[in-house]
Design a protein around this ligand. Structure first.
Ligand code: SF4
Ligand code: SF4
Length: 560
């Protein structure tokens, strides 16, 4: 991606900038940050989806019937963008099967089901005490990856991957601004565990090594702000600053928060790192501290259980995999007028069809609402082109155009209008006088595009495989043809050799025959002799014979 022009960072962070649109929403009456965080305890069953993060689902490492310890890795990360899953407590794996999971689609997904034994035995070994700030950043990243830490602000992007620097980072921005009204898990965390947050930020800072490091909280989070400042003082930490930002929804959005503090814009479909910024949630920082300092994998998180549909709204420390039903029980049970449950807040939350769905790593809030507090919207009317949605859009999009094209299933056009820059904040739908469920159209369009891309990828893979097969078959055909040709050539060469050998034998035979003939016709030493010569030879032969007879056997040695 091309380097984006950057506004120089104000070293004092004295100014606050305004992002486009946004809403000043009434603070949720049931927000329970002021109450101490309660432990939800161990439920009767834990349901752990293999996909609780952005990226590929984890691969199961255990079998049904197997006993597992708390903190044991029960599903490993697959590929680069993935995260492992750990057993939240000790117990027995009772099923590996599709179960309802918290997702807007309402579709089930593969889950590991654990029946806790109540002993909470852990396989986590206490880390040797040591200064983690002396460790190599790469080693810390590996520990975060192995601990299954993902963004707890809601995105679920694997933290180690996000922290792995490709460019120099100017600003490490720790997001303590809540995503939306009613959600108070980060507020509660900062109030009660500010030291853990600061220690976690120190670790992240050591990994990223930015020029500046800031924790941002909303200006209505006075207790959190104070708790963080106190912790900074106690730890004598000079390199981390706490800053406040206006509580305008959705300031807690990564892009909006960056704009407010730095006046920089994250490029369309880009990342904060493209403009020299890494953003992490305060909950992620605390989880990083637990992972590094206490070698604790991600087994639990803080969840806000709120809304007028439960009797005692509260912040709960919840084991990952705990069914929502258990949270409701801990929060005093349903009120009489409970109508539905949402995962998330009133603006971005989605309805779940059953309270059997589990809390996963990214679940920050469960909202139990009544018809009174959140009445069903009136039937949608035609768009009147009032433009209010455009005014409210914090992503500076044209929601009305997006709606038209999404409605017409013209997905290419929705992308031209920046569909994937839409953060689904719901501001447009909130202000729409025609009560058009705009965000639902955008979500549907995104899902359809993803499905198309998946289909296209599958088709591309099939086509590539087919082409590769054709190439392979052609290669085999050619190799066979070549083999055949070389065999033929070899055979032809053998015939020629045989013929040559035969010819050579024939020539030899011929030579022998000729020699024989020559020998037959060649004059002997006794040929052509005169009668006198013949007589002389005969006389010589007779003399030799008479000598042999007169002196005995010429072979015997003389004197014997
Ligand atoms: S706010 Fe609603 S009615 Fe107005 S332009 Fe946007 S979609 Fe149309
Ligand atoms: S939901 Fe999307 S289009 Fe609507 S206001 Fe938010 S960012 Fe803009």
């Amino acid at each position: 991606m091309a380097e984006t022009a950057r506004t120089p960072l104000d070293p004092g962070f004295t100014r606050r900038y305004r992002f486009h649109g946004g809403l000043r929403l009434q603070v949720c009456q049931e927000a329970p940050a002021a109450q101490p965080i309660r432990h939800a305890g161990i439920p009767a069953q834990l349901i752990l989806p293999l996909a609780q993060h952005i990226g590929d689902p984890a691969r199961c490492l255990v079998r049904v019937g197997e006993h597992v310890l708390g903190g044991q890795c029960i599903a490993e990360a697959v590929g680069t963008v993935s995260a492992p899953v750990h057993a939240p407590t000790s117990g027995t794996v009772t099923a590996i099967e599709p179960r309802p999971v918290p997702h807007p689609s309402g579709l089930p997904a593969t889950c590991l089901v654990i029946e806790p034994d109540g002993m909470d035995q852990t396989g986590v070994k206490a880390a040797p005490a040591g200064d983690y700030l002396q460790q190599e950043p790469a080693a810390l990243l590996e520990q975060l990856r192995a601990a299954g830490i993902v963004g707890l602000g809601g995105a679920g992007f694997p933290t180690a991957l996000k922290l792995a620097r490709k460019h120099p980072i100017e600003l490490l921005l720790i997001n303590g601004a809540e995503c939306e009204p009613c959600i108070a898990c980060d507020d509660g965390l900062m109030r009660e565990r500010a030291r853990e947050v600061i220690e976690g930020v120190r670790i992240l800072r050591h990994i990223v090594q930015p020029a500046a490091c800031v924790i941002a909280v909303e200006d209505n989070m006075k207790e959190s702000e104070q708790a963080l400042r106190t912790a900074l003082q106690e730890l004598d930490e000079q390199h981390i600053r706490v800053l406040t930002v206006p509580a305008i929804y959705p300031t807690g959005g990564e892009r909006q928060l960056i704009k407010v503090l730095t006046n920089r814009e994250v490029p369309s479909q880009g990342f904060p790192a493209d403009i020299g910024i890494v953003c992490q949630n305060v909950g992620t920082a605390a989880a990083a501290y637990a992972a590094i300092a206490r070698t604790e994998p991600l087994r639990s998180r803080i969840v806000t259980m709120t809304g007028d549909g439960v009797r005692s709204p509260c912040n709960l420390e919840v084991l990952i995999g705990t069914p929502v039903r258990h949270l409701v029980e801990v929060a005093g049970g349903y009120t009489d007028h409970i109508e539905r449950l949402l995962i998330g807040g009133p603006m971005m939350g989605y309805t779940i069809s059953t309270d059997a769905v589990p809390v996963i790593k990214t679940t920050n809030c469960v909202l139990a609402v009544t018809a009174q507090s959140m009445p069903a919207p009136p039937p949608a009317q035609p768009c009147i082109r009032c433009g209010k949605c455009t005014e409210a859009c914090p992503a500076d999009l044209l929601p009305q155009q997006l709606y038209w094209h999404a409605h017409a299933a013209n997905y290419d056009a929705t992308q031209d209008y920046g569909l994937f820059d839409c953060i689904e904040c719901g501001c447009c739908a909130y202000v729409c006088p025609s009560h058009i469920p705009l965000v639902q159209y955008y979500r549907h369009a995104k899902t359809a595009i993803w499905a198309q891309e998946k289909q296209q990828r599958a088709a591309d893979i099939a086509r590539e495989r087919h082409e590769a097969r054709l190439v392979r078959l052609e290669r085999i055909r050619q190799e066979r043809a070549e083999q055949l040709a070389s065999k033929k050539q070899a055979l032809t060469g053998k015939d020629a050799g045989d013929a040559a050998r035969q010819a050579s034998i024939q020539a030899a035979l011929e030579r022998v025959r000729r020699k024989k003939e020559q020998a037959d016709i060649a004059p002997r030493n006794t040929d052509n002799l005169t009668p006198q010569q013949l007589r002389q030879i005969e006389e010589a032969e007779q003399r030799r014979a008479s000598k042999t007879t007169g002196r005995g056997n010429p072979q015997e040695p003389p004197g014997q």
